[in-house]
Write a protein that binds this ligand. Structure first.
Ligand SMILES: *Cc1c(COP(=O)(O)O)cnc(C)c1O
Length: 396
C-alpha cells in the first residue's frame, strides 16, 4: 500500500485544462492561453551572464545548505531597502524556489494535527503543502464585499486551540488583490494575541499597481516579527521561475530548524542559480520597472475590456499578473446545447469552442470564478478577449 498522506494530495487541478490546451496546440489549433503562472519575459541578460560566469569560474560545488553567505547578505540588504526589515544572514534560508521555502516553513512549525488557516481563494499548493507536513488546512471563505480578502472576523470564526499558523499571500494569486496596511495591522494584532505564526507569501511584492503598496507584516516589529516567516524569491520579480531560488527570513530559531530540514531533504539550492540570484538582487533594477510597465498596461486594457462584457464581473487587479473574474451570471446558461454548471464547464466549453484557455476557479476553491493571466502578449490579450466576448454573446 502506498502512503495515505501522499495519495491524499490533489494533483494540480490547473493542469487538466493546460494539458488539453497543449494537445490542441500540437494539433496545429491556434489556442490563445490565459493560463500562464509565470512572467512571459526572458530572464534579464545581466543575470544570465552572471550564471555563465559562475559556471566558467567553477562555482559548481556544494555551497552551505541554506545558501551562500554573499547571497544571504544581499537578501538582508534587500529586506532592509524594500521592506524596512532588519535581519542578519543567520535568519535567512535560501531554497529551491519559494514553494520549497513554504514547505520548509510548514515543516518547521507544524506538529501532527495542527491547523493552518488559508483564505479562499488560495494558491493551489498552499493546502497541499500543509497536508504534506501533517497539518490540517482550514480553508476560510472570504467575502465578495471585501474583495475576497481575509478579515479578522473571518479569522475569529475559524480559530481553534489548534490554530498554529496563517498563510497570507499578498499580493494575492489568484485574485490580484493587495492587503492594505490597516488590514494587515488588524490581522497581525490578532495573530500576535493568539500566538499564530504568519507565513507571509510575498512572491508578488514587486507587482503592485496604482496607489497600492506592498507591506510586510513582519515590518510591524515586536512579537509579530518573531511570529512571521517571510517567504519571497526571484521567480516572479526577475522572470526567473526556472532557476528555482526562493528564500525566507524568520527568527534565528526557525531559520535553524528550516536549515536542518533542508540540509537533509535537498542540501543547497543550485550553486549557479544562487550566483544568478545575487546578480538579480545586486544589479540594476531597471528590468523590474520595464516588466512592471508592460504588466500594468496589459492589466488596464484587460480590466476595461472584461468589465464591459455582459455576465462577467472582474475584480480590478491591484497586484500580480492575474485578473479574477466572477462568472456566476453564466451559470445555468447553455452554449450550443451544453449547459454551464461551474467554472470547469465554462473553461472547457470556451477552450473546445473558441480555442481560449483560462484557469477555472475550482482549483483555487472558488467554483464561480475563472483566472486570466496577463503574462502574455498584448496581441494575444486582444484576440483572446475578442473570442471570449463572442463566446459570451452566444450563451443562451
Ligand atoms: C509562483 C508562486 C510561488 C512559487 O514561486 P517559486 O519561487 O517558483 O517556487 C509561491 N506562491 C505563489 C502564490 C505563487 O504564485
Amino acid at each position: 500500500m502506498l502512503s495515505t498522506k501522499a495519495m491524499s494530495l490533489t494533483p494540480s487541478p490547473t493542469m487538466a485544462i493546460d494539458s488539453k490546451a497543449k494537445e490542441m496546440k500540437s494539433q496545429g489549433i491556434d489556442v490563445i492561453g490565459f493560463g500562464a503562472g509565470e512572467p512571459d519575459f526572458d530572464t534579464p541578460v545581466h543575470i544570465r551572464e552572471a550564471a555563465i560566469k559562475a559556471i566558467n569560474e567553477g562555482h559548481t560545488r556544494y555551497t552551505p545548505a541554506s545558501g551562500t553567505q554573499e547571497l544571504k547578505e544581499a537578501i538582508c540588504a534587500k529586506f532592509k531597502a524594500d521592506n524596512g526589515l532588519e535581519y542578519n544572514p543567520a535568519q535567512i534560508v535560501v531554497s529551491n524556489g519559494a514553494k520549497h521555502s513554504l514547505f520548509n516553513a510548514l515543516a518547521a512549525v507544524l506538529n501532527r494535527g495542527d491547523e493552518v488557516i488559508i483564505p479562499v481563494p488560495y494558491w493551489v499548493s498552499h493546502p497541499e503543502l500543509v497536508k504534506l507536513n501533517d497539518g490540517i488546512p482550514v480553508t476560510v471563505e472570504t467575502s465578495d464585499k471585501n474583495c475576497l480578502k481575509l478579515s479578522v472576523d473571518d479569522l475569529e470564526k475559524h480559530r481553534t486551540s489548534k490554530t498554529k499558523a496563517l498563510i497570507l499571500n499578498s499580493p494575492t494569486n489568484p485574485t490580484g488583490q493587495v492587503y492594505s496596511e490597516e488590514e494587515l495591522k488588524a490581522i497581525a494584532a490578532f495573530c500576535s494575541k493568539h500566538n499564530i505564526f504568519i507565513i507571509a507569501d510575498e512572491i508578488y511584492e514587486k507587482l503592485v499597481y496604482d496607489d497600492s503598496r506592498h507591506i510586510s507584516t513582519a515590518s510591524f516589529g515586536g512579537r509579530i516579527k518573531e511570529l512571521s516567516i517571510v517567504v519571497n524569491g526571484v521567480s516572479k520579480s526577475y522572470a526567473m521561475t526556472g532557476w528555482r531560488i526562493g528564500y525566507t527570513a524568520s527568527s534565528p530559531e526557525i531559520a535553524r530548524v528550516m536549515g536542518a530540514v533542508q540540509s537533509h531533504a535537498a542540501s543547497n539550492p543550485n550553486s549557479i542559480a544562487q550566483k544568478a540570484a545575487l546578480a538579480a538582487l545586486e544589479g540594476d533594477q531597471e528590468c523590474i520597472r520595464v516588466m512592471h510597465l508592460a504588466f500594468d498596461q496589459r492589466r488596464k486594457y484587460m480590466y476595461e475590456r472584461v468589465k464591459a462584457i455582459p455576465c462577467l464581473r472582474a475584480l480590478e487587479p491591484k497586484g500580480t499578473f492575474y485578473l479574477f473574474v466572477n462568472i456566476t451570471e453564466t451559470i445555468s446558461k447553455t452554449f450550443q446545447g451544453q449547459r454551464i454548471n461551474d467554472s470547469d464547464d465554462f473553461a472547457r466549453c470556451l477552450l473546445e469552442n473558441r480555442n481560449v484557455a483560462l484557469v477555472p476557479g475550482t482549483g483555487f476553491g472558488s467554483a464561480n470564478y475563472v483566472r486570466l493571466s496577463f503574462a502574455t502578449s498584448q496581441e494575444n490579450i486582444i484576440e483572446g478577449l475578442n473570442r471570449i466576448e463572442a463566446f459570451i454573446a452566444d450563451l443562451e
